[in-house]
Design a protein around this ligand. Structure first.
Ligand SMILES: Cc1ncc(COP(=O)(O)O)c(C=O)c1O
Length: 357
């Protein structure tokens, strides 16, 4: 007899992307930044790695919240730092979702959302995207009206496309919480015009941000949520007292302080992204216009899994994705999600693809 809660027994658990621990890979599978974090980050970690480690960190992450707030043009009490944006997603689900509550997210998108709903014993439903990654608002409306929580990544993963603020605002549930997951929010060509918080229902919106991608800190585990202080105060009751450790806080604060470094890397990634897209198209791939640090590429003549395996045999790791339940075709939707690396890494990938495809 299992001692686990029934819903835990039922689920398979989220499987993260492959993280080979030995060197020698061209690693383009989990959307890390190919460039190192700002030198100020390493300096801050060295300074923080002191006697002070015997003390607990600041449970309110005061300095980090001030800087993150300034970046968003809000007060520090609008900010909740967390151990990666995945932890903020967990905090949100634990804060708002009871057994049986309806939670929605687009499909295909970030599958972790569904696992987090299952852990809460919530009811998850998919908002089926059209084949071109646009919304079918008429089909979604009833689900949105009845939902307690809607989660939307923007730019989306695995597609990399970005929806306009007015489009995603149409998905704010009338009596629920809306989460705009901006893990890739520093990579679009143009910043958003306008703020989701000034849309109708904006007082029930939570934006989540990650330092894993644009700030090159996936190994540090830091992210933050931005929302009206009423929401943040409630969510704070749910988090671990010391969810962000001293070294992570020092690193992340220094990273946010060096905006120029992050922006320069994001600009490099955008330029490499344009080159990779051109090469992929030349090789017969279809590529969704990406506003993220990865692209979604499909090929009508070749098996995606075979391309993935052939690349892996050359120690080039991309992400093969398969989505079995799309609305517009009976067979699963498959494709390759390729992280934007350095120009050199993308050259290696392109040369390999020229041989394989
Ligand atoms: C859409 C989306 N949200 C959140 C995350 C998690 O980011 P973090 O590393 O900050 O936990 C990812 C990571 O791949 C992601 O793709």
């Amino acid at each position: 007899m299992s001692l686990f809660r029934e819903n835990i027994d039922r689920i398979g658990g989220y499987v993260p992307g492959e993280q080979p621990q030995e060197g020698g890979w061209v690693k383009l599978n989990t959307n890390e930044n190919p460039y190192p974090a700002s030198p100020r980050v390493f300096e801050a970690i060295r300074e923080a790695a002191s006697e002070r480690l015997k003390l607990y960190p600041d449970p309110l992450s005061t300095r980090f919240r001030q800087i993150a707030g300034e970046l968003f043009g809000v007060d520090a009490d609008w900010v909740l730092p967390a151990n990666g944006s995945d932890e903020n997603l967990t905090i949100i689900l634990r804060s708002f979702i009871d057994s049986g509550d309806l939670v929605l997210s687009p499909y295909p998108s970030y599958i972790l959302y569904e696992t987090l709903v299952d852990i809460q014993d919530g009811r998850h439903q998919r908002l089926q995207l059209n084949a071109d990654w646009s919304w079918d608002f008429d089909a979604c409306q009833e689900q949105v009206d009845e939902s307690k929580l809607v989660l939307v990544p923007n730019p989306n993963s695995p597609s990399g496309n970005q929806w306009r603020i007015e489009e995603v605002a149409a998905l704010i549930p009338p009596r629920g919480i809306f989460v705009l997951d901006e893990a890739y929010g520093d990579f679009p060509d143009e910043p958003h015009s306008g703020s989701i918080f000034s849309q109708p229902g904006g007082e029930r919106v939570i934006v989540t941000r990650s330092l894993s991608k644009s700030y090159s800190l996936a190994g540090i585990r830091m992210g933050f949520a931005v929302a009206h202080p009423d929401l943040i105060t409630g969510m704070r009751k749910v988090k671990d007292s010391y969810n962000c450790d001293t070294l992570a806080l020092a690193a992340a604060t220094a990273a946010l302080e060096d905006q120029q470094w992050m922006q320069d890397n994001a600009a490099r990634i955008r330029a490499t992204r344009a080159n990779l897209v051109a090469t992929l198209i030349e090789l017969g791939f279809e590529v969704v216009p990406s506003q993220a640090n990865f692209v979604w590429a499909t090929h009508s003549q070749r098996e995606h899994r075979e391309i993935f395996e052939a690349l892996k045999a050359r120690k080039i790791l991309v992400r093969y994705m398969t989505y079995p339940d799309v609305a517009y075709q009976s067979e699963p939707r498959t494709g390759l999600r390729i992280t934007i690396g350095t120009d050199e890494q993308i050259e290696v990938l392109s040369a390999a693809l020229r041989e394989i495809v």
